[in-house]
Write a protein that binds this ligand. Sequence first.
Ligand code: 13P
Length: 251
Amino acid sequence: MTRKLFIAGNWKMNLDLASATALAEGLKKAMQGIQDVDVAVCPPNVYLHAVATVLEGSNIAVGAQNAYFEKEGAFTGETGMRMLKDVGCRYVILGHSERRHILHESSELINLKVHAALEAGLIPILCVGELLAEREAGTTDLVNRRQFEGSLSGVSADEMKKIVIAYEPVWAIGTGKVATPEQAEEVHAALRALIAERYNAEVAETVRIQYGGSVKAENSRDILSKPNVDGALVGGASLKVDSFMGIINGR
Ligand code: 13P
């Protein structure tokens, strides 16, 4: 089975209203006529509505970078999944390493968010990835397995088919130190084997696994050509039309 490539831009805490909408306008124009790849952008929550309005009717979907698991109520500063859906989101990134390591989110919390996202009709992009010290200690597979199992506990096979996994080695994020295509492929294959083990071969063949960490037009083609790499989650290089389109057009 062939999985459709999925390239998403994680804008992180960057841009302002004018530059976010201008970037969306530029991408919308540049993406005209491109059908064989799924593309999404994930702006900061505060710009979601404006960006989704620009991208309405285009072939670019919108995702959020995080949200809370409770439906509504006294949770000052948080954003609910239904609110994301309401302003036009299709995806929500959950368990990004910056949330795991800077904001101290646990896999248990991320698991609650995954269930809340699915219930609201959003597609989670669930991130996993090891620290440099964990890779050097030979625990890469163990760490990814633990994050995967903790974050996806209680997820049914049908739900799992909708979920996107993003493998983002923490040592490669924002460092310019991209994983080699072989390193990415090795972990992606291990993650797919894990999905087959926990679910079945059909689910494993369906789930798309993106690679993230210093992806640029110059290195994306080799990584994306690997059989178990089904796309990319792009940080820095997603902030400009040319660099993001370079990845999309360079595949
Ligand atoms: P960079 O592409 O800037 O390394 O960021 C990767 C990332 O964290 C995407 O979610």
